[in-house]
Design a protein around this ligand. Structure first.
Ligand code: NZQ
Ligand code: ZN
Length: 386
């Protein structure tokens, strides 16, 4: 096991009817900006619950943060924050609203002229404006981590940011919010969380037995609850396990002391930036090819996963590792998620070269757990995913 440090300051308030506790977590003299997305919270009653709870606090609102939170929209929210002297941000939404809020938390205290530089230059955020979240969509884990991914429609870029200043001070996780989530987003959430675990697990053995078993248990739980959540999103047992699994998949715990990969996300973000494909779906497109391309360096963990998570017993290490890749792809397909780029766009020719070129320009010359995947390798992986 590698050395590590672990801090996670986010307070989690989990369970049925917990949204009403939101006011207790915000300083009573705060001037709050409530941030939300396209309006789903107004249809499913979450907005009313939050507003009722915040009756005694001064609250302004900013709606319209789109999926894959867009820089130009967020800049309008930043203007409101500055003009109105906002002191606390409250994200009510999924990963996009929460990530957008993290950007604003950082940008509100940023001293440079162009907040896009936080992303372009990889500036870490050590201190941000305090913010909390009411999670409406289990998927990204953003509610309990310090990272965010922001899109710039003008330059067709999607870049990450983060830092210790960007943990939410609290996050409210009421699994009842799952009831109104469309099937497509439920499938996305399961796929995203599943791949988060894979990115932190499917590397090489390092003797971190507990972390491996944490990861395997999240994967097994997601496999078990997936059909139940899709069949009945009001099933409290299934949705609460779904929600907590998504949070645990990316709150930092399972990555401590182990190598991590994140190449699938790195490549996947380009597919969202270029074609607008849902985040989770880009991961399902890239993961099978990535594991096939890197089979030699990943086969031991692939086989361990095959045995422990999919109960594959027949064959040698290689056979089980291959079967595990097939099981993974079949799992995504079973959720209604296609795993080839050509199933999402007819304009896929040239994509691999374009992504490789972007990685070269940005100086991303070696990614993955060994920092050894070159832009050339990335090009091959994307071509395998056509
Ligand atoms: O915009 P509204 O009206 O709220 O509708 C949203 C949106 O259309 C809808 N939705 C959310 N909760 C709902 C609901 N509809 C009905 N009932 C509810 N309770 O779902 C749609 C998708 O929402 P979005 O927030 O975009 O989805 P998700 O949570 O999957 O977030 C995706 C974004 O997070 C980033 C992704 O790249 C993407 O931009 N990620 C963030 C990470 C992080 N911060 O740690 C890690 C991830 O790997 C990921 O990159
Ligand atoms: Zn993800």
């Amino acid at each position: 096991m590698n050395n590590f440090e672990y801090v996670n300051p986010t307070k989690i308030i989990f369970g049925k009817d917990t949204i009403q506790q939101v006011a207790q977590e915000i300083p009573s003299n705060a001037k709050v900006l409530l941030l939300y997305g396209g309006g789903s919270i107004k249809k499913n009653g979450i907005y009313n619950q939050v507003k009722t709870a915040l009756i005694a606090i001064e609250v302004l609102e900013f709606g319209g943060i789109p999926p894959n939170p867009e820089y130009s929209v967020l800049m309008k929210a930043l203007k409101v924050i500055k003009e109105e002297n906002i002191t606390f941000l409250l994200a009510v939404g999924g990963g996009s609203v929460i990530d957008g809020t993290k950007f604003l938390s950082s940008a509100a205290l940023f001293e440079g002229d162009t907040p896009w530089n936080i992303l372009k230059d990889g500036i870490r955020t050590n201190k941000g404006m305090p913010f909390g979240t009411v999670l409406t969509l289990p998927a990204t884990g953003s509610e309990m981590n310090s990272g965010a991914v922001i899109t710039n429609a003008e330059t067709k870029e999607k870049l990450g940011m983060g830092g210790p200043g960007l943990f939410p001070t609290f996050s409210i996780l009421d699994p009842q919010v799952v009831a109104s989530i469309p099937k497509r987003q439920l499938a996305n959430g399961i796929t995203d969380a599943f791949t988060h675990v894979l990115e932190q697990y499917m590397t090489y053995p390092i003797g971190a037995k507990l972390q491996d078993r944490f990861s395997e248990s999240i994967l097994q739980t997601l496999i078990e609850i997936a059909p139940k959540v899709l069949d009945d999103p009001t099933d409290h047992e299934a949705t609460s396990n779904f929600m907590w699994s998504c949070t645990m998949a990316l709150n930092g715990l399972i990555q401590k002391g182990v190598p991590t990969d994140w190449a699938i996300h790195g490549i996947g973000h380009e597919l969202t930036a270029l074609f607008g494909i849902d985040h989770a779906r880009t991961l399902a497109i890239i993961a099978p090819s990535h594991y096939k391309f890197n089979f030699e360096t990943k086969k031991e963990k692939l086989a361990q996963y095959g045995k422990r998570v999919w109960n594959i017993t027949e064959g040698n290490t290689e056979d089980i590792a291959h079967a595990a890749i097939e099981k993974t792809e079949a799992f995504f397909n079973g959720l209604g998620i296609e795993t080839k780029l050509s199933e999402y766009t007819p304009d896929y020719n040239g994509t691999a070269e374009k992504i490789a070129e972007r990685f070269t320009t940005r100086g991303w010359l070696g990614i993955g757990e060994h920092k050894s995947l070159t832009p050339d390798n990335v090009e091959k992986i994307v071509k395998m995913a056509y």
